[in-house]
Design a protein around this ligand. Structure first.
Ligand code: GLA
Length: 379
């Protein structure tokens, strides 16, 4: 582990040297990483898009604004490549209002109730940006900051490292937090995300990824067949804050233990579906420890399959209920109601205020670690 890390640092330095001012490089055994300017921030700071491509021609694109995954091109059962994530063609789109398309979410994925929490007897007030609550890190979360990029060669190929120092007090959270996110795209058509972080004060942390998927590449996602290995989920109140209960999925539209199309029960008369306007809930994954399969999604016409793995205990499955056709994204597609779905591996929402939920506290000297894999295949 330690050796692998040292190797990846050494190779990373070599790759950085090779990169220089060029737009394309091949720093080692892996496929090429292409780099191009994607746009400029209002203050002129250039933002780059990095394309991680494997030898089969499949690729994932990432920008260093918001750690956003802008495109994922993978084959269907006929071998035809297609983009399976929602987003914009240019930076302006992401700088305007975006429902977190493809973004790296922090410091806290999902909601913290009443925009506050207490830690070690001290109350911290956060920025409220979702009614009374804090959503996805606050007004200017990690999805809206510029990250420092570095292309690295690893033992298994190439990777993009993004780093960011979140200062003590940012959006109300305590502690200077050093965050590192490493994105890689393998020969197995899998995007691997490794998030690590350290702090100089006790704080809370819950990093995740907010890609909206549509495995067909058009239309709604109601035909996608979902499997989530979870016996319980965390029901929410009218502001989407968990009540604290772990509710059995048995006999409810939340039971995805057997693969079921998203649309099969989404319009049932169910109080939780009414509150969420569909699925917008955290499933408590049946897991032991380590990297676990959190969800498997299959789209019948294209045969594309997405499998989600993570080291965290929960999964927010969101069925794109806030999309309403007002956003026109890539290639002129106006994203309508439920044209994309998110699978966000995470700690449970509002954990800082729910002592019964797994802890999200990070202390000085500890290493935060969350790995997410989105693996694509066909059947
Ligand atoms: C998450 C939340 C949803 C919504 C989306 C973004 O999935 O749980 O309620 O905020 O992000 O629109």
């Amino acid at each position: 582990m330690r050796n692998a890390r040292i190797n990846s640092i050494v190779l990373g330095l070599a790759a950085a040297v090779v990169l220089g001012g060029c737009t394309t490089t091949d720093p080692g055994a892996g496929a090429a990483v292409q780099k191009r300017e994607f746009g400029r921030m209002p203050d002129g700071t250039p933002i780059y898009e990095f394309t991680l491509k494997n030898s089969k021609g499949a690729e994932a694109r990432i920008i260093n604004y918001g750690g956003i995954i802008t495109a994922v091109r993978v084959p269907d059962k006929q071998g035809k490549m297609g983009d399976v994530v929602l987003g914009y063609d240019n930076l302006e789109g992401y700088l305007k209002e975006t429902p977190y398309f493809g973004a790296l979410i922090g410091r806290y994925g999902n909601r913290i109730g009443n925009a506050k929490f207490s830690l070690n007897g001290k109350e911290y007030k956060l920025a409220a940006n979702d009614g009374p609550n804090t959503l996805h890190g606050g007004i200017k979360g990690f999805d809206k900051v510029v990250w420092t990029p570095k292309v690295m060669a690893t033992l298994t190929g190439t990777a993009l490292e993004l780093t960011y120092l979140s200062k003590d007090g940012e959006e109300g959270f305590p502690g200077n937090l050093n965050v590192r996110a490493v994105y890689s795209f393998g020969e197995d058509n899998a995007i691997k995300l490794v998030y690590t972080a350290t702090t100089d004060q006790d704080t809370v942390l819950n990093l995740t990824q907010h890609s909206y998927f549509n495995l067909k590449g058009s239309g709604d996602i109601l035909d996608h067949v979902v499997m989530i290995p979870a016996d319980t989920f965390t029901p929410v109140d009218s502001t989407l804050i968990p009540t604290g209960e772990l509710k059995p999925v048995e006999g409810t539209p939340f039971d995805f233990r057997t693969p079921t199309p998203i649309g099969a029960r989404i319009n049932q008369a169910d109080e939780q579906l009414r509150i969420g306007k569909g699925y917008d809930h955290n499933w408590v994954i049946n897991k032991k420890s380590g990297l676990t399969l959190m969800a498997r999604v299959q789209e019948p016409t294209t045969g594309r399959i997405l499998e989600v793995f993570s080291t965290d205990p929960g999964l927010q499955f969101y069925s794109g209920n806030f999309l309403d056709g007002k956003i026109t994204g890539k290639g002129g597609w106006a994203y309508q109601f439920r044209n994309g779905f998110c699978m966000e591996p995470q700690h449970f929402p509002d954990s800082p205020n729910k002592p019964s939920f797994p802890s999200v506290v990070l202390k000085p000297g500890q290493n935060y670690n969350h790995t997410i894999i989105y693996r694509f295949s066909v059947k």
